[in-house]
Structure formats: C-alpha cells, structure tokens
Design a protein around this ligand. Structure first.
Ligand code: DX5
Ligand code: ZN
Length: 218
C-alpha cells in the first residue's frame, strides 16, 4: 500500500496548526515529513527542536524527521525528546553511521538512512540489515520545489531488489520532486512512502492534492 508523507517545509508556517490538522483529518496520510536543515550540510536553514516539540502537542501523526545537518549523532537524543518516530540521517554527514543508527534504534525510534543524489546506493549496503527505512533523495537536499532527478529510479529499483532477495525490512521512501507526473514511476520502481511538499501544500488544497497523487499511483 502506497503512502504519501506531506513535507511541511512547503506548508504555511504562520498557520501550521491548520495545515497539519487538514492533513491529519482530511487525508489518509499517517506520516508527516519534517525537514531539519542546518545551513552547513545543506545551504538552507529550516526548523529545529522547539518547533517540532510544539507541533508534537497538536497531532498524533507519525513524525518522519529528515535530518540534513552535520554530525547528526549530536542530536539523536534531542529528537527523541521532541517526539520523532522515524529519524533519518545522511550517509554523507555521519562518519560513524552504523553506531548512530544503532543509537537511534536503542532509543525506540525507527532508524532511517538517506543519501544525496550523487552518492551510489551501494554505499548503504553495510547498514541495510539494520535500518527500518531507506530514503532516496531524488533532489539535492535543501529546498522544496525542485525537479525529480531520474537516476533515483535505479536506486529505488536496487533497494526493492535487495529487499526481496535478502528479506530486508526497510521501507523504501523517496523525497524530492514528487508530483502527479513523477509519482507513478517512483512507485513502479518500488517506492512505498512518497514525500511530497510543494505538490501537497499549494493553492489547490491539501485534500485534493493528496487524493490526486494517490490516484496517479493506481
Ligand atoms: C528537500 C527536502 C524535501 C522537500 C521536498 O531537501 O528534503 O523533503 O520538502 O519538496 P518537494 O516535494 O517540493 O520537492
Ligand atoms: Zn526531506
């Protein structure tokens, strides 16, 4: 079953409660994708722990937190305290990736690993038996509203193949440039959880946008 994870990066921060409630009450979405950017690992700054702590109080949706920060291992306990359900860290930002993923799991969160478009998917092989989720970045991380990078399809296909071949348990998630035109090919390649920011939070309306994306997968 295909699931959409709306990325609140494109939501209205001046009235975030309204957007989150609409996602929670008017769509079938279970996960809220939350992008944390530090202005170092990526060239943009977004939101951090206090914001997540605040929105934790207004929703019971699962928080899918995507950390785009240098040395994410410094913040694992913080994000647990904020209410993250899934904590995803970048291969490129973390020297002791295996240790960091084990730490995330030991605190009772789901551990996710992700990689930039220029990093080969094979680099993740040593941690695939450990993770609960693999996030394929289909844009260069840092901004919403960018175009889907086609070479991500191969990565999704490989993850899907390895999952079947070795019986891995990870969820295959894709993030960046997902819209009505691109969602089907990501799903056909094996994506199970689709992050969508600008394709969900726009003037057309959250409910209609999510329904349209879901329709495109059928
Ligand atoms: C980009 C973020 C994405 C972003 C996706 O660095 O990781 O989650 O919000 O935005 P869209 O769906 O607009 O490409
Ligand atoms: Zn993201």
């Amino acid at each position: 079953m295909i699931k959409i994870a709306p990325s609140i990066l494109s939501a209205n921060f001046a009235n975030i409660e309204k957007d989150i409630k609409t996602v929670e009450n008017d769509t079938s979405c279970e996960y809220l994708h939350i992008d944390v950017m530090d202005g170092n690992f990526v060239p943009n700054i977004s939101i951090g722990q206090p914001f997540i702590k605040s929105i934790r109080k207004i929703t019971s949706m699962k928080f899918d937190v995507h950390l785009m920060v240098e040395k994410p291992e410094r913040y694992i306990e913080d994000f647990k305290k904020c209410g993250a359900d899934i904590l995803t860290i970048h291969f490129e930002s973390c020297v002791h990736l295996h240790r960091a993923l084990e730490h995330i799991k030991s605190l009772g969160m789901k551990a996710g690993v992700t990689l930039n478009p220029s990093t080969p998917i094979e680099m993740l092989k040593p941690v695939l038996d450990l993770v609960d989720l693999v996030l394929v970045m289909s844009v260069n991380p840092g901004f919403g509203g960018q175009s889907f990078i086609e070479s991500s399809i191969y990565k999704i296909e490989m993850l899907s193949k390895w999952k079947k071949e070795y019986g891995y348990n990870y969820i295959i998630e894709v993030d960046g440039g997902i819209n009505e035109k691109t969602i089907k090919k990501a799903v056909d390649a094996g994506a199970e959880l689709l992050v969508a920011g600008s394709a969900v939070f726009n003037e057309k309306g959250i409910k209609e946008n999510v329904e349209n994306l879901e329709k495109m997968c059928r």
